[in-house]
Ligand binder design. Sequence first.
Ligand code: HEC
Length: 236
Amino acid sequence: MLRAFFLISLLLAIAWFAVFGFRGQKSTRPEIEIFPDMVRQPKVRAQAESKFFADQRGGRQPIAGTVPIGYDMPMPHDEGSAVDAKGEGAMHAHLGFTEGTDYYNTGKMGANWGTGIPMNVTPQLLERGRQRFDINCMPCHGELGNGDGIVKQFGLATVVSLQDDRIRKMPDGEIFETITNGKNTMMPYGPRVVVPDRWAIICYLRTLQRSQHASAADVPADHQADLEKQPEPATK
Ligand code: HEC
């Protein structure tokens, strides 16, 4: 009986020290770390020096020209100013990422996908769209959007052809949503492509779709004569 009492007291004492033991006591000796986990990490703390860099400063300047996500570019002109000679003004207007719940920012009108380009459709916008499409979408969806981008050769076989009837009939807002948040194996482009560029891409995509489903009758009358001069396009 007495034995059991001593044993239990001893265990309790050990448990007490284990939990409350020398906590809060100061010591100059390095502590014993049985499981150090991530207590000590090879990282540079804010304002600390670092031998890694020649100037020994741990804190580094961001690379010149870095733009933080969600940051509105300072505008060269007034917010509403018309397109300047190179169309730059229009491009810098509202240069930002999705903020808000309106059609321009979400592609949704109320609960439904909306359709239409909520920007001035200009040749500059189309040109911008072509550039952004070629940078962001072409590697997967291909130059004409028909799903034969370079990644196909490297195993991403499920890329959708944007020339499909389904995508041709898809509301602009839903395509906007796909760019913003991705779809299944397609990753989101919302954090990379600013809102006006997404609309510019959609504009250009519509042009691509039109271009692949056009007939001679679509050529305006005053250009019909040019048609005869052109060699027949190679059939697919
Ligand atoms: C890394 C490759 C990749 C890139 C880059 C990419 N996509 Fe996709 N996209 C896919 C894949 C894969 C799918 C098919 C997803 C699925 O399984 O439904 C797809 C599907 C789509 C769809 C159809 C969505 C649906 O509802 O079926 C649209 C529209 C689309 N992409 C537009 C774009 C646009 C516009 C861009 C450029 C901003 C872009 N994609 C960039 C891979 C990509």
